[in-house]
Design a protein around this ligand. Structure first.
Ligand code: AP5
Length: 216
């Protein structure tokens, strides 16, 4: 099974991907996490990506497609995959089609998690992330059991630079102009499944789980 999680910044893609990966035995491939890992390791790719990420803009398509392709070619991605944050443009969606064709695989579904902008801003301003395993928390809706520590691995929690209010605004604009056309693109391909992401984390999970079970 190959799933795409499509949704605006703060929709809960990372939160729900953690549960999907466990429940359906999928490998979680998040383009933002791959960029942040490159940033931490100070690679050329990380240095290039940082300029775009700091402004809330998309990293160029050719760079992003190449990075995701390299990840999908690793042995652990040979089974089920959940793609989080990729594709984000029509060009990336075509790039994904090409790479899956080359691997003789195909996309099972695109899960679109819809959330209103005001709620996204609230979520991103209270988000903390584990620096080791990338699990996201929220000060109000999903706090860690011990302040500042990840429930899963005990890693230290931090706030992302691009969650500052001015950058969040830019990220939302980029989503509406460059990423939301994918909703129609995948609807036409009959791959789109809509999930209301505005409820509680457990309610969104129930809806997602039912949607994925119906695909099996
Ligand atoms: P990326 O890391 O992909 O960020 P994003 O898409 O902006 O998504 P987020 O990680 O911010 O949100 P999420 O949907 O995962 O929400 P989460 O579960 O954490 O991208 C960052 C940057 O990298 C981009 O701006 C771009 O520069 C670059 N990039 C990445 N991919 C790229 C690509 N394909 N092409 C080009 N450039 C790319 O939840 C958010 C918060 O809300 C958390 O605190 C969580 O606890 C809480 N929460 C979650 N669900 C709920 C709920 N139901 N109710 C209440 N609170 C909730």
């Amino acid at each position: 099974m190959i799933l795409v999680l499509l949704g605006p910044p703060g929709a809960g893609k990372g939160t729900q991907a953690e549960r999907l990966q466990e429940a359906f035995n999928l490998v979680h491939v998040a383009s933002g996490d791959l960029f942040r890992e490159n940033l931490r390791q100070k690679t050329d790719l990380g240095n290039l990506a940082q300029k775009y990420m700091d402004r809330g803009e998309l990293v160029p398509d050719d760079v992003t497609i190449g990075m995701v392709r390299a990840r999908l070619e690793q042995p652990d991605a040979a089974e089920g995959i959940i793609l989080d944050g990729f594709p984000r443009t029509i060009a990336q969606a075509r790039g994904l089609d090409e790479m899956l064709d080359d691997m003789d695989r195909e996309l099972s579904a695109v899960l679109h998690i819809a959330v209103p902008d005001e709620e996204l801003i609230r979520r991103l301003s209270g988000r903390w992330i584990c620096e080791q395993c990338q699990t996201p928390y929220h000060v109000l809706s999903n706090p860690p059991q011990v302040a500042g520590k990840c429930n899963l691995c005990g890693g230290k929690l931090y706030q992302r630079d691009d969650d500052k209010p001015e950058t969040v605004g830019a990220r939302l604009e980029v989503y509406h102009s460059q990423t939301s056309p994918l909703i129609e693109f995948y609807r036409e391909a009959n791959l789109l499944r809509e999930v209301d992401g505005s409820g509680e984390i457990d309610d969104v999970w129930e809806a997602l789980k039912n949607t994925v079970e119906a695909l099996e």
